[in-house]
Ligand binder design. Structure first.
Ligand SMILES: [Zn+2]
Length: 485
């Protein structure tokens, strides 16, 4: 049994959708189904803080919808995720409604962030409405000029509003003006291929925006979550702010720790284009190492994927112009095993540090803890049973896509079983059971204790988000079927 705080030999009792006991030598109740995990590790199921399922972007829609995305997640040991609802014509509530509808096709637990792409009084009031509905994190894009990007003035307003509401502000930190200039200059210099993507948005563009966002968040008194940190300079910005006591979370993504920017120089266009994401994958030996170091030391985390998958036909829109390649990579199905390989099998981190990086840190930042990110009585029975002695070779396809950015990688470790809400939905080598219509939205109260410590109290009634019994979870009471494991 591995949690972020320790690893020890224990049995886990699941009743209905919840873990009800953890300890040595538990006696299985009569009729219980027993899953022998001898020699395997039982851990909290993966929580992916960063996905884009069925999202329209750059003239295409990501190929993994909530069904294929959830199926891929299950086969890879991930049991919940947080997806970004884009506004519909800048309307946050319409965007949230559209995403809730799409999510019905899935089978796993999910939470939603909301992207804020403009600013008005209505935006500010819609943010309050969304917080009341359990959407307590808002993403601001400092890049994608003329599309999603907000100005510093709008970002400051959004940061202040987030702090007021107890929400977590998130930023895509790249300098959008510099990116536009870089893209135009790179194209004008005659570069057409996917490597132009890397050349046009160097690390300085990310470092500058990361530092700016952190300083603006400090001015606004807002905690900050920096999505997809990809370069050593941005890690340094996050580390500096954290060392100064500022509540800043830096999220590396799987591609950044596993791959190298050389992927975009691959002579095979399909393979090179599959690696195009923003910010770009950088130098593994320098930037990837800084990201791994950040994860191991606790300066960074959670580890996300930015799963935003486009197939080879969609990526081919940019065959003659890198600027038209839809930005995005897969990863929801590969994150858990590849992270195990990079963190634990490599000797860099302990299994508990791996659990922190892949589930606990996300659950804490986004106020899902201890319901998610922990295996303990009262937690949701979302479990990854992992075989540390197994091996995994990444196949040529991912989810609904005909490509897999990680194709051919060999990793130590293998997913043995994935259990979501007490349902054994995947066992190694078997089919994935993902019944459409069985997804569940996870409402998240504001003022996550790790982001707003001043609001956390030990007085009676305070810190309710820490107390599982205080959460409103009527669905558990409806569920009478016994499925002990
Ligand atoms: Zn993203």
């Amino acid at each position: 049994m591995v949690n972020a705080d320790r690893a020890h030999a224990a049995d886990v009792l699941v009743e209905g959708e919840l873990v009800t006991a953890v300890g040595p030598s538990l006696v299985a109740p009569p009729g219980a189904r027993v899953l022998d995990c001898t020699g395997l590790l039982v851990m909290p199921g993966g929580v992916d803080p960063h996905t884009h399922l069925a999202m329209p972007f750059m003239g295409a829609t990501t190929v993994d919808d909530w069904h294929s995305g959830h199926a891929a997640a299950l086969a890879g040991g991930t049991t919940s995720h947080l997806d970004f609802a884009l506004p519909v014509e800048h309307d946050l509530l319409a965007g949230n409604a559209a995403w809730m509808e799409k999510a019905r096709r899935g089978c796993l637990d999910y939470a939603l962030h909301a992207a804020v792409t403009s600013w008005s009084d209505k935006t500010a009031s819609d943010m309050a409405t969304l917080v009341a509905r359990g959407v307590s994190s808002f993403k601001f894009f400092m890049a994608y000029k003329h599309a999603l990007m907000v100005s510093d003035e709008q970002l400051l307003a959004g940061l202040a509003r987030s702090a007021e509401l107890g929400a977590l502000a998130m930023v895509h930190a790249e300098n959008g003006d510099a990116v536009e200039a870089g893209r135009a200059a790179t194209y004008a210099a005659g570069v057409r291929g996917p490597q132009g993507h890397a050349l046009s948005r160097p690390a300085a563009v990310e470092e500058e925006a990361t530092g700016r966002a952190i300083r603006l968040a400090g001015l606004a008194g807002a905690p900050l979550y920096v999505v997809h940190v990809t370069c050593a300079g941005a890690v340094a910005e996050v580390a500096r702010a954290r060392a100064a006591g500022q509540r800043v979370v830096g999220e590396p993504v799987l591609a950044g720790i596993v791959l190298d920017e050389a992927a975009m120089w691959d002579a095979n266009f399909t393979r090179a284009a599959a690696a195009v994401m923003s910010p770009p994958i950088r130098r593994r030996a320098v930037d990837g190492a800084a990201l791994l170091g950040g994860l191991v030391s606790g300066v960074l985390g959670p580890l996300g994927t930015d799963h935003c998958s486009f197939n080879s036909t969609q990526k081919a829109a940019g065959r003659d112009d890198f600027r038209l390649i839809p930005n995005g990579v897969n990863g929801i199905g590969e994150r858990m095993v590849l992270a195990w390989h990079e963190l634990v099998a490599s000797g860099r981190a302990t299994p508990s540090e791996y659990v922190r990086a892949t589930s606990t840190a996300a659950a804490q930042a986004f106020n899902l803890y201890p319901r998610k990110g922990l295996v303990a009585p009262g937690s949701d029975a979302d479990l990854l049973v992992f075989d540390p002695r197994g091996r995994t070779t990444v196949g040529p396809r991912s989810g609904a896509s005909d490509t897999n950015l990680y194709e051919g990688l060999e990793a130590a470790g293998r997913v043995a079983h994935t259990i979501s809400r007490g349902r054994l939905l995947y066992s190694d080598g078997g089919p994935v059971t993902c019944e459409p219509g069985t997804s569940r939205f996870l409402p998240r109260p504001p003022f996550a204790p790790t982001m707003y410590p001043a609001k956390w109290g030990w007085e009676e009634g305070a810190g309710a988000a820490h107390d599982l019994s205080a959460q409103t979870r009527p669905e558990h009471r409806e569920h009478s079927e016994h499925s002990e494991l």
